[in-house]
Ligand binder design. Structure first.
Ligand code: ADP
Length: 368
């Protein structure tokens, strides 16, 4: 009887897999449970500079150690969870950039093929270079735009304030609109430059010991007129007299709180409420900013902290956002060893949370 697993069929299947393994650009190394090499494809040989005639496990693994110094295969495989490879991102070797995935194979694969682990090497030099060039381009364009936009700002200001002659009401209205649009463009350019500084690790942090409650009250004081103008009620819930001492860059953390509060107000309809809560959560202070606004569609939730991402409902409600605020919020909070996350339901509001470690006297001199 003809069988799917007839030897001819098996040979044909193996031939197909061989073609794939021989021709793919990613390097693959298959290991048994004693960490001996069962298989290595040509791409991996090229990356490790191991000629085809060398089949000795020790030599192949030693070439791996030479190339990727400090990366121990056994440790990395042990760190992998079943079905969840351990990922080492962005390793730079001789101006090439690689990422490596270490997969621990399933029990079934181990019994069937005596294979224990798969090491998967990808050369990501081109993608990384493209990313760098894109970032450089954004920085250059943003810098070039900043000067003419600032010039325009002052010209529009002088015109609308009547310094260059009296204007009719209609002229003033149009000038004011131009002034506001110009301000938006300046804000976008500044956000792009700040995001780029964060991305490239050029952002400097100056740490100060502050009470987070004071900072929050300060930001609320500034934001209150805008909330009132939009008909939004602000509730602040914080245990009275409680102190939340944190070691932070207060300018950057202020920007974080400001951004989350501005979003809560911006994406909430007139008559809605924004509730801010501060509480101790283990060794952290937890800030929750809850609104009764438009919420975030489920399909968009996984992208919300990505650069330039804006959910579809937000674009309709507020066409002028940049999609850079939350990206920066996440980076800054993580630099302070904190976390940021949210819960949201479209049409029913969102709650954004951040945690920042509370410091004791002995922690004061610790640096980020
Ligand atoms: P921007 O507000 O300029 O668009 P952000 O990075 O601050 O940029 O926010 C990214 C996106 O996250 C917003 O465009 C919006 O879709 C969504 N978002 C953030 N905060 C809220 C909120 N409180 N309610 C609803 N959507 C929000």
């Amino acid at each position: 009887m003809w069988s799917l697993f007839s030897s001819g069929n098996l040979r044909a299947e193996k031939a197909k897999l061989d073609i794939i393994a021989e021709n793919m650009h990613e390097g693959a190394i298959l290991l048994d449970d004693a960490y001996r090499v069962l298989f290595v494809n040509p791409a991996a040989r090229t990356m490790l500079s191991v000629p085809r005639n060398i089949t000795d496990s020790t030599k192949i693994l030693s070439a791996f150690r030479n190339k990727f110094q400090g990366i121990d295969i056994t440790t990395c495989v042990s760190a992998a969870m079943p079905g969840e490879p351990f990922h080492v991102p962005g390793i730079e070797v001789d101006s090439e950039i690689y990422q490596i995935f270490f997969t621990r194979l399933s029990e079934v694969d181990q019994q069937r093929y005596k294979a224990h682990a798969l090491v998967w090497i990808e050369d990501i030099t081109e993608a990384k270079m493209l990313e760098r060039r894109k970032s450089e381009f954004v920085t250059v364009v943003a810098h070039q735009l900043r000067t003419p936009l600032s010039g325009l700002k002052w010209t529009l200001h002088m015109l609308s304030s009547g310094d260059l002659g009296k204007l009719s009401d209609a002229q003033k209205t149009f000038l004011l609109k131009s002034y506001e649009n110009n301000e938006r463009m300046i804000a976008l350019v500044n956000d792009m430059l700040a995001a780029d500084r964060i991305e490239s690790g050029r952002m400097k942090y100056t740490l100060l010991r502050i009470n987070l409650r004071d900072l929050m009250e300060n930001v609320l004081f500034e934001i209150f007129p805008e909330a009132q103008k939009r008909g939004i009620k602000i509730d602040f819930v914080c245990p009275s007299e409680s102190k939340f001492t944190v070691l932070v860059d207060s300018v950057k953390l202020r920007a974080v709180l400001q951004n989350l509060l501005e979003n809560a107000i911006k994406y909430t309809m007139k008559g809605g409420t924004v509730t801010i809560t501060l509480e101790q959560a283990g060794s952290d202070v937890k800030v929750a900013i809850r609104d009764t606004g438009i919420g975030i569609p489920e399909a968009n939730q996984s992208q919300i902290f990505s650069r330039f991402f804006r959910a579809s409902n937000a674009v309709i409600m507020e066409p002028s956002g940049t999609g850079l605020g939350l990206y920066m919020v996440k980076k800054i909070v993580e630099q302070h060893k904190g976390n940021v996350w949210f819960t949201s339901e479209e049409g029913h509001g969102s709650t954004f949370f951040i945690t920042i470690p509370v410091v004791s006297e002995s922690d004061i001199y610790k640096q980020i």
